[in-house]
Design a protein. Structure first.
Length: 735
């Protein structure tokens, strides 16, 4: 039996070619390095090394023995050591030994050894040359990387631009029968050409949802066909269709029941749809329930997307998953996660509790956003534990979940950057399900081995080698004690502990090292282009023709709060909390990880990349109950949350953020009031239904903006009432 699941995964799926003969001295060096890593508390690194050993032909019995011994040494380690020069020396020796093998090897065997060398030490010239890498001012890179980087830049540019696309949408009140049956009264219909969305919401909100569906479709059309702007009506799979949306499970259940009573659906559809969140009736209406706007938008996008099921199901799932996460900020609808590992044969055993805990933590981050999913796949690749693409070729995209869906998403992202998605779609349209995998290989001119190897090389392109990770560090590790990012993270967690309900058992926010480089890159970009700082959304954008542009910085800028550098962490947070748009993400219970970096001018704090959607009912208020010394005024921010008000005139904002509705609740609508004694304070009120600034609408968030500064030394009362329910909340704070 194999004590390490990672080694077992590898032996099952990545056994080395029989003709590859690695010297015993090389194995000895890597064994010794694994022990040093384990004793130094470097769990991820030693397990990666054991997986690499197995890929090079290390025996099953030796893998079991080494893994078991290292696990014991890991448990005895008192702390995680940042620098392990002894491990570096042994890995460098192994890399040298492996390099001597390269001239006698060819094809896939040579590629396997070269990749292993670079995972050990990414500065080895002979390995780079064996893989066809080229050297430039930026160092070694894959031959196609320059082209991919240009395409990556263009994709990020379109993701930013799409939010500004204008959509000519008309709205009017609607008494559509199924909408009235569901909602108990009329609602709104929003129309764009032949596509209609009916909802029990305001015209502003229904328009916003349809606009975002169309913009997401524009991103999809660009990725598949290079089209700019909104696609033509003919692009859509259902160009003349009607969708009835709700964010109330109670309303969805009522619609389902009424549809059966009116024979708009049959009993089989009724039974199946009780556990689902959408169905089509016999008249062609699609009915969908989702707790958030973005999830409803994702559902409609999937219905309208033109990529068909069958041989293209893996492409459809991966492409839509990418668009939903990268543009709409939500997982693919119906996304399901299997916590149990795949059936990988006799060599697989159940993970230890510690390994399962690590795996679950990584999966939670993977569910929280595209960077988390990318990080998860990179981790699996480095452990040689990712599922093969052959497992992902199914006949219906809804069959893909968990790691297979992540694999599809990542591979499709790679093909999108290469500009190969349309040719794959066209080539697969004429094949049959049973021959789909062979068609992929033929169209891409790949073998099963090269298909996986090329993608894996792309996945780990920015990952440092093992020697770099445990060698002498050029700068303190992210989150080091006393660092700016650690101080800000600590202050944020202390603040969140005051307001997040204890029953939710929300873990402290962690720093994510993979997000930090992008944050620093955006700070440097702003220093080079300071004219963008005073304008929104320019402060969050990077333009490819400007000095300092980078794809990592562009992503960070679009997902971060930006502040001045040099202030203390507490002061920075107090400033953001005195605003509206900057406050909301900081208090979101779904925030798992943050990225943070600062230069001499700017602090960039990524709080949007890794947030999981709500999965429980909660209410977060700020100022919190019995909070003291609340500031009197709001800080100005870009954009203004109340464009109707004069700059600098607003009192301190009061916000209520809510999670999922309680079971049986009607559509979410909260009414808020602010009192000074018995006197109601005159305020502006903003909600998802009626936002004061429709250009930026925080989901599930309600806010009061006093029209005058608050009075010093005064005790204020806030009341919030969930309309259509008996739920109320009342609390006090003092200035």
């Amino acid at each position: 039996m194999i004590h390490s699941p990672l080694a077992a995964l590898l032996l099952a799926a990545f056994a080395s070619p029989a003709e590859l003969k690695v010297p015993l001295s090389t194995f000895n060096s890597l064994e010794s390095a694994a022990h040093v890593l384990a004793k130094g508390g470097r769990a991820e690194e030693f397990r990666e090394l054991v997986a690499m050993l197995s890929s090079l032909g290390y025996s099953k019995d030796n893998a079991e023995k080494l893994s078991g011994a290292c696990e014991k040494e890991l448990k005895a380690a008192k702390s995680k050591v940042n620098e392990l020069p002894d491990a570096v020396a042994r890995m460098e020796q192994a890399a040298t030994d492996l390099g001597a093998l390269l001239p006698a090897l060819k094809g896939e065997e040579q590629a396997l050894v070269a990749h292993s060398i670079l995972r050990l030490d990414d500065e080895r010239e002979e390995a780079h040359k064996a893989l066809g890498h080229v050297h430039s001012a930026d160092g070694w890179q894959r031959a196609e990387e320059t082209k991919l980087r240009a395409r990556r830049t263009r994709i990020l540019d379109v993701l930013q631009q799409a939010h500004q696309y204008e959509c000519e949408i008309t709205t009017e009140p609607s008494s559509l029968d199924i909408l009235v049956e569901m909602h108990g009264g009329p609602g709104t219909v929003a129309r764009w050409n032949g596509i209609s969305i009916y909802a029990p919401w305001s015209a502003d909100r229904t328009t916003r949802v349809l606009s975002e569906v169309l913009r997401a479709a524009a991103v999809s059309a660009f990725l598949t066909d290079g089209e700019q702007g909104l696609p033509p009506e003919s692009w859509f799979a259902r160009p003349r269709s009607s969708w009835v949306l709700t964010d109330s499970k109670k309303e969805y259940d009522r619609a389902l029941k009424k549809s059966l009573e009116h024979e708009w659906i049959d009993k089989q559809t009724f039974d199946q749809s009780q556990t689902l969140v959408g169905f089509l009736d016999r008249r062609g209406n699609g009915i969908s329930y989702a707790p958030s706007e973005s999830e409803n938008e994702a559902a409609v996008l999937c219905w309208l997307a033109p990529i068909q099921d069958g041989p293209m199901s893996a492409l459809k799932a991966g492409h839509l998953s990418y668009v939903c996460q990268a543009y709409l900020g939500t997982p693919l609808p119906g996304f399901s996660w299997r916590q149990d590992p795949h059936d990988l044969g006799e060599t697989f055993i159940k993970p230890t509790p510690q390994e399962q805990k690590e795996r679950d933590a990584r999966l939670a981050v993977a569910k929280a956003g595209l960077p988390g999913a990318q990080s998860w796949m990179s981790w699996l690749v480095r452990q040689h534990a990712d599922p093969s693409f052959a497992r992902c070729v199914v006949d219906f995209f809804g069959k893909l979940s968990g790691e297979e869906l992540l694999k599809c998403t990542s591979m499709v992202e790679y093909w999108q950057e290469k500009g190969e998605l349309r040719s794959l779609i066209n080539g697969l349209s004429e094949t049959i399900d049973a021959k789909a995998y062979a068609t992929y290989l033929r169209l891409l001119e790949e073998t099963p081995q090269s298909l996986e190897a090329n993608w894996r090389d792309w996945v780990v392109r920015d990952e440092p080698s093992l020697c770099a990770r445990v060698g002498k560090q050029k700068s303190p590790p992210v989150g080091a004690a006393g660092s700016t990012e650690e101080e800000l993270r600590t202050a944020l967690n202390a603040l969140r502990a005051k307001v997040l309900p204890a029953a939710l058992k929300i873990a402290p926010v962690e720093l994510d090292s993979s997000l930090a480089p992008g944050c620093l890159a955006h700070a440097e970009y702003l220093s080079l282009n300071p004219g963008q700082v005073q304008h929104w959304p320019d402060v969050h954008n990077e333009f490819p023709d400007k000095q300092g542009y980078s794809s990592a910085g562009a992503w960070a800028g679009a997902h971060a709060l930006v502040g001045g550098a040099g202030a203390k962490a507490g002061e920075t947070l107090e400033g953001w909390l005195a605003t509206y748009f900057h406050r909301v993400p900081l208090l979101d219970p779904g925030l798992l990880r943050v990225g943070c970096a600062a230069n001499k001018d700017y602090l960039v704090f990524d709080v949007y990349s890794l947030r999981r959607p709500p999965d429980a009912s909660w209410a977060i208020v700020w100022p919190h109950e019995e909070m003291q010394k609340v500031p009197l005024t709001a800080q100005d921010e870009l954009p203004s949350p109340v464009p109707q008000a004069a700059t600098g005139s607003l009192g301190y904002p009061i916000t209520v953020q809510v999670g999922l509705p309680e079971a049986g609740d009607p559509p979410l609508e909260v009414e808020m009031k602010l009192y000074n004694g018995k006197d109601e304070v005159e305020c502006w009120f903003s909600s998802p239904e009626h936002p004061l600034n429709p250009r930026l609408v925080p989901p599930r968030t309600f806010a009061l903006f006093p029209k005058q500064p608050l009075k010093a030394g005064t005790r204020y009362q806030v009341t919030a009432e969930w309309l259509g329910t008996t739920r109320k909340k009342s609390w006090f704070f003092r200035t």
